[in-house]
Design a protein. Sequence first.
Length: 415
Amino acid sequence: MATTPAPPQAPPKPTWDPRRPQPVFPWLRPTIRIRLTLLYGGMFLIAGILLLSIIYLLAAQAINTGNQPLFKIVSADNLQVSSDNCPGIAGSRLPLSDFNTAIAQCVDHQRQAALDNLLSRSLLALLGLAVIAFAFGYAMAGRVLSPLGRITRTARAVAGSDLSRRIELDGPDDELKELADTFDDMLERLQRAFTAQQRFVGNASHELRTPLAINRTLLEVHLSDPGAPVELQQLGKTLLATNERSEQLVEGLLLLARSDNQIVERKPVDLAEVATQAVDQVHAEAEAKGVTIRGVRKPAVVQGNGVLLERIALNLLQNAVRYNVPEDGWVEVTTDVQHGQAVLSVSNTGPVVPAYEIDNLFEPFRRLRTERTGSDKGVGLGLSIVRSVARAHGGHIAAQPREGGGLVMRVTLPV
């Protein structure tokens, strides 16, 4: 008799808990709420004690002043009185009823003077304590909220494509430290994801280089045969052009993956020299298309990678030459230092570009009014590489349509 197989057992439960461990007494955790409550409550208590102490000292001084006798009887026969505090009865001879009235008025006057003196000094003391309390509160609030400034600075650095930054906040285990730790965990996962993506693109590009190089060699060998039929030679030229386009695509993907990283090793690079080198490389193509290259290139030294910065200028110039008018076209290349930043500007004549399509030009494999690449002017990665390289150097690129057609490309880099 066949035995029925036992049902599969459930996998064992993990021995570790990925969630954050909870303290035994959660209400004893030094949270921001408890710390702020203790801090400002203690400040209020100290300020109240100081204010009461000052008022007590002022009142004691007023009472001490009031203990002095208001008058002295010089002669009991004629009721002659001497007084420093009541000038109205000093040295005068008054009837008993008038004397009592004058004494009552003098006492009231002295009481009012003591109260006015106490009030004025208390107000001055309160004003001084208020200034001290505001200054101390401002300093303590800045100390308590300083981790938020650290988190903000790290987030701003991460926004500049530097995923290697971490907050690593130390101090009490409160809400701010929990936020910083969560942010660090998120950055760690993002960096791993981006690194894996760049590694995949780089490895795929390297793997594709070998078969493409082999195909190019075979095609060139067959095309060098003088006895090959004309149809075969035409087919070989078409395949060679397609292979060259694929090689350009692979090189662009590899450069795009490499330029997304932050530049670690930086050297002084003059944008004027970089732009001149790029102009020399596209000069022949510009002459063939009837495009004039002009512009004044002033020295603008930045810290960065010279090869990648030259790629910025070369890509912008190639696009400016290829996407130009058929006749009497021009490209203007200028470099300068403006407001403490180095600026590379490339302007050209060309077709009219709507403002709402500017952002699409910087997307990979996108062109004006086309979803994918479909022409012989490039592989659609030029401006994407320019934007990535500019970001890796801490700069940015902005495009603006020209009146009458064409674009103005401005690359801004920190000096």
